[in-house]
Design a binder for this molecule. Structure first.
Ligand SMILES: Nc1ncnc2c1ncn2[C@@H]1O[C@H](COP(=O)(O)OP(=O)(O)O)[C@@H](O)[C@H]1O
Ligand SMILES: [Mg+2]
Length: 208
C-alpha cells in the first residue's frame, strides 16, 4: 500500500537549531528508506519564492508591516500549492524550515499585526493544508544572539525586545495547539534535541 506523505515544519527564533535538526532528520529518514524533500519559507524550491526571499531579506526599502506580511503569504501560497502539496500527494515526507507559525509569531506577536487576521490569511494561502507535525525549538534570546553572531540579515537584525515577543508568541501558539506543535528545549546539546525530535517523528510515522 502506498504511504501517505508527512508534512513537518520547523519553527523557532533564529539560532534555535531549525536547519541543524532538519538536516539531521533528513539524513535519518533517508537512511531508513523514506523519500524526503527539504524546503523552506520564504523562498523554498520555486523561483517566485527566491525572488520574494531576496526582497524580504535584503530590500533597502522601509517595508510596510502589511506589505511584508503579504509577501510572506504570497510566497506561502505558491510554495504549498505548487511544491509541497504535489510532493505530499506522491507520498513524500516534506520537511519545511519555517511556515505559517512564523508569520503568526513574527508579524503577529512580534510586529503587532492582528492575530485572527493572520490565522485567516494563512488558511487562505495554504488552502487549509496543515502540517502533520510542527517542532518549536525553544531557546532564550541571549542564546539566539550568541548563536547567530554579528552577520545578520534584515529579518534577523530586529533587536532583543522584538525577539522576546516572538519567542513568547511562539510559546503561546504551541500551548494553544499541543496536539500538532511540540515544544522542544533547544538549549540542550544538538544530540539531545535530535533525540527529542526523533521520538515525535517515530510516533507520527506509525500513523501513516
Ligand atoms: N542545540 C545546540 N546547541 C549548540 N549549538 C547549536 C545547537 N543547535 C544549533 N546550534 C548551532 O547554532 C547555530 C545556528 O543553528 P541553526 O541550525 O542554523 O539555527 P536556525 O536554522 O534555527 O537559525 C549553528 O552554528 C549551529 O551549529
Ligand atoms: Mg536556519
Amino acid at each position: 500500500m502506498k504511504k501517505r506523505g508527512l508534512f513537518i515544519t520547523f519553527e523557532g527564533i533564529d539560532g534555535c537549531g531549525k536547519t541543524t535538526q532538519l538536516s539531521l532528520l533528513r539524513d535519518y529518514l533517508v537512511n531508513k528508506g523514506y523519500d524526503v524533500i527539504i524546503t523552506r519559507e520564504p523562498g523554498g524550491n520555486h523561483q517566485l519564492g527566491k525572488d520574494i526571499r531576496n526582497i524580504l531579506l535584503y530590500t533597502k526599502c522601509e517595508l510596510d508591516d502589511k506589505a511584508e506580511m503579504f509577501l510572506f503569504l504570497a510566497d506561502r501560497a505558491q510554495h504549498i500549492n505548487k511544491f509541497i502539496l504535489p510532493n505530499l500527494k506522491e507520498g513524500k515526507i516534506v520537511l519545511c524550515d519555517r511556515h505559517t507559525d512564523s508569520t503568526l509569531a513574527y508579524q503577529g506577536y512580534g510586529r503587532g499585526q492582528n492575530l485572527e487576521e493572520i490565522i485567516y490569511l494563512n488558511d487562505i494561502a495554504t488552502n487549509n493544508i496543515k502540517p502533520d507535525l510542527t517542532f518549536l525549538y525553544d531557546i532564550d534570546v541571549e542564546t539566539s544572539n550568541l548563536r547567530v553572531g554579528n552577520e545578520k540579515d534584515r529579518m534577523e537584525n530586529t533587536g532583543s525586545i522584538f525577539l522576546e515577543k516572538v519567542r513568547l508568541g511562539y510559546l503561546n501558539i504551541a500551548q494553544n495547539n499541543p496536539e500538532s506543535i511540540k515544544i522542544i528545549n533547544a538549549v540542550n546539546p544538538i544530540e539531545i534535541v535530535f533525540k527529542d525530535t526523533k521520538k515525535y517523528v517515530e510516533d507520527a510515522l506509525k500513523k501513516i
